[in-house]
Write a protein that binds this ligand. Structure first.
Ligand SMILES: O=C(O)c1cccc(C(=O)CC[C@H]2O[C@@H](n3cnc4c(=O)[nH]cnc43)[C@H](O)[C@@H]2O)c1
Ligand SMILES: [Zn+2]
Length: 353
């Protein structure tokens, strides 16, 4: 584990337990998962880009003044992905990084509109991600599934195009399971996307929009009411509305919590002010995720360590948290049972040693 990710307030032993714990990740972005090595390699290939080629300089480049700045930087990295081979390499390497962290299953959020509008052929794009998905499963044992998200700020044209790519049987990839909505929330109301979510849901996809990351609890209500959200991306501001927390708990709607992301984009001031504990106290089902790990200087293991500290969890608590991720996923029942068993076996062996 990188030394800068060893939280001194979490015992070394617990870090080691987390490192070996089988996990599912439900909220992680494709381009946002590119390792510094891949980003610098792509930046070197495209010298017209403002993205640094030196991995150490990337650490500074990935310091964000606010959410809008984060999206600017994010899109500068999107600009580096220009060919289907870039897409394949990125996807395959992301899966390798996941496998190293014992991620058994991940739903990776991909924004196909951003790639097709930059000139990548849609069929070649789908082939590239599918090829990487199959190779990753065969070689690393990590099962990948896709969430296609609408980049809301890019307008309804992006919603139209994402919906087509997600629902047209001639293009939609086999690994697609869900439909999302990402990017800035301010000025990008959720209700306008209802017709697109209706189509995606009718085509068998699950609804997983971002909501309440950078705006208040009303956005989460809108995602539930208009977009029929089955899970909420972030949902951070839900903590401001006790009725919403009660609703999420009663209807078992999981929150995809990404603590370090919220600090990096300055959506939350400090980790100690993060509402994760309020969610669990209210009985809300929480899952722990990394969002855009290298951009936020984190990884999934570190997010579990952060959660252990904020929630005061021991090994048993962490195993339960990992099972929340599995239970909240769109994996089939035998697949869920298999990873749950693996978690139980791992925790029992650890605790008896
Ligand atoms: O691709 C374009 O040309 C484009 C034009 C206008 C706006 C956009 C976007 O807003 C893209 C946003 C992009 O950000 C991704 N993302 C990654 N992490 C997060 C997050 O924590 N919260 C929200 N969005 C996030 C998202 O998947 C979109 O791809 C694009
Ligand atoms: Zn996200």
């Amino acid at each position: 584990m990188p030394e800068h990710l060893v939280d001194p307030d979490v015992p070394r032993d617990l870090h080691a337990f987390i490192a070996g714990l089988p996990k599912a990740e439900l909220h992680v972005h494709h381009v946002g998962s590119a390792s510094p090595r891949i980003v610098s390699e792509l930046a070197a290939r495209h010298p017209d880009s403002k993205v640094p080629t030196d991995p150490e300089a990337l650490v500074d480049y990935f310091q964000f003044t606010d959410f809008a700045h984060f999206i600017d930087v994010y899109l500068s990295v999107v600009d580096l992905i220009r060919t289907p081979e870039d897409v394949r390499l990125l996807t395959y390497e992301v899966a390798r990084d996941m496998a190293r962290q014992q991620v058994r299953y991940a739903e990776l959020t991909i924004t196909p509109f951003s790639s097709t509008r930059r000139g990548i052929d849609e069929g070649a794009f789908m082939d590239a991600i599918e090829d990487a998905r199959k190779a990753a499963e065969a070689e690393f044992g990590t099962v990948l599934r896709w969430c296609f998200d609408i980049p809301g700020e890019a307008g309804l044209e992006s919603a139209e195009e994402t919906t087509r790519l997600a629902t047209d049987d001639r293009v939609r990839p086999e690994g697609l399971v869900s439909f999302g909505l990402g990017g800035p929330e301010i000025g990008v109301g959720r209700p306008q996307f209802k017709p697109y979510f209706d189509q995606a849901i009718a085509a068998g996809l699950h609804s997983v929009p971002h909501a309440g990351e950078t705006t208040g609890p009303q956005t989460v209500w809108d995602a539930l009411t208009h977009l029929r959200a089955e899970r909420i991306g972030h949902g951070t501001s839900s903590a401001q509305d006790p009725k919403l927390l009660a609703h999420l708990a009663e209807h078992r709607i999981p929150l995809e919590v990404c603590p370090t992301s919220n600090i990096a984009t300055r959506a939350v001031r400090t980790l100690d002010e993060h509402p994760l504990k309020e969610f669990t106290r209210a009985g809300v089902l929480v899952t722990i995720n990394s969002d855009d790990p290298p951009m936020f200087g984190t990884d999934l293991n570190n997010e579990y360590a952060v959660a252990a500290r904020l929630l005061g969890l021991d090994e048993r608590g962490l195993a339960e948290l990992a099972k929340n991720g599995v239970d909240s996923s769109f994996l089939d029942a035998p697949g869920k049972a298999r990873i749950r068993d693996e978690i139980d076996t791992y925790a029992a062996a650890w605790l008896s040693s």
